[in-house]
Design a protein around this ligand. Structure first.
Ligand SMILES: Cc1cc2nc3c(=O)[nH]c(=O)nc-3n(C[C@H](O)[C@H](O)[C@H](O)COP(=O)(O)OP(=O)(O)OC[C@H]3O[C@@H](n4cnc5c(N)ncnc54)[C@H](O)[C@@H]3O)c2cc1C
Length: 251
């Protein structure tokens, strides 16, 4: 696909083995080098628990530091995915800490979480880059907006904050209404931002946005640990069972 950039995610999460986190870190460093050599326009997107956040915070920070410094020396960028709520506070706090030393790092924020407005504010204040998405995990109703309408309203609210005060941010959704709202906001604020979508979903829309002059990246998961990822996608959208079946059949 022309001019749609990549964002590579090595599948794997909630790792409980220290050694595995080191292996994942080394693989990301290899991927960054490969991207540099091949000239492919792609950054990477990492899951904190894949790098050890569920085991030991300092292990996670050591691994993330290795990836960020390697990405910086290669002129690349690293997004931190946001996982389930047990990890939100640590992920945001670590992001703000790393942001002081690195400007090649961004963080995903979930519009379904009630705390996100506060997080978006803190991150914008630090000059950080946010990827706004709706959120994909099963959460306790007390901490999230449950109804689609409420989640979408919060997405709009947070997106406006990003257009007014942010830079280098990403609008991570396939939702037609929110995508078009972002294009209208961009006419007013002329912000530096991009659209981000998942690989294999709304491919025509990606090309249409590129043709209209917007930057678009797609999230490309790869590797062996595809089960948790596939379950989240199927929960969002039943037709993904067919996508999954197709990818299993075609290898
Ligand atoms: C680039 C990117 C990165 C992400 N990173 C994170 C993250 O770090 N943490 C996190 O919790 N979540 C992440 N997500 C997932 C996100 O939170 C949502 O669960 C997911 O994007 C579906 O929400 P939506 O905004 O597309 O809107 P929805 O309201 O779910 O969908 C709107 C419309 O988009 C289409 N659509 C949406 N999803 C699908 C699908 N899976 N298959 C086919 N069509 C679909 C349908 O037409 C649907 O009607 C990410 C999503 C993207 C695009």
């Amino acid at each position: 696909m022309h001019n749609v950039r990549g964002m590579i995610n090595l599948l794997g999460e909630e790792t409980t083995d220290r050694e595995e986190t080191t292996v994942a870190t080394a693989e990301y460093v290899e991927i960054l080098k490969e991207l540099q050599t091949s000239g492919i326009q792609s950054c990477i997107s990492v899951k904190p628990t894949q790098l050890g956040l569920a085991i030991d915070k300092s292990l996670f920070k050591e691994n993330l530091d290795r990836i960020l410094s390697s990405a910086r020396s290669l002129g690349n960028f690293v997004w931190m995915d946001m996982e389930g709520s047990p990890f939100t506070a640590d992920t945001v706090d670590s992001y703000l800490e790393f942001r002081k030393r690195y400007d090649n790092v961004g963080i995903a924020i979930q519009a379904y979480l009630r705390r996100s407005q506060e997080d978006v504010s803190r991150i914008l204040e630090s000059g950080g880059a946010i990827r706004l998405c709706k959120g994909a995990y099963k959460e306790n109703p007390s901490i999230v907006y449950k109804r689609k309408k409420e989640i979408d309203e919060n997405f709009s609210r947070l997106m406006r904050m990003m257009f007014e005060r942010g830079r280098g941010f990403a609008v991570g959704t396939h939702d037609e209404k929110l995508i078009e709202e972002a294009t209208r906001l961009s006419n007013v604020h002329h912000a530096d931002f991009e659209f981000q979508m998942l690989m294999g979903i709304r491919d025509k829309k990606k090309l249409e946005l590129v043709e209209r002059g917007y930057r678009v990246s797609e999230y490309i998961p790869f590797g062996k640990s595809w089960w948790a990822y596939s379950v989240r996608r199927i929960r969002e959208h039943k037709s993904n069972i067919f996508l999954l079946a197709r990818s299993l059949i075609s290898g």
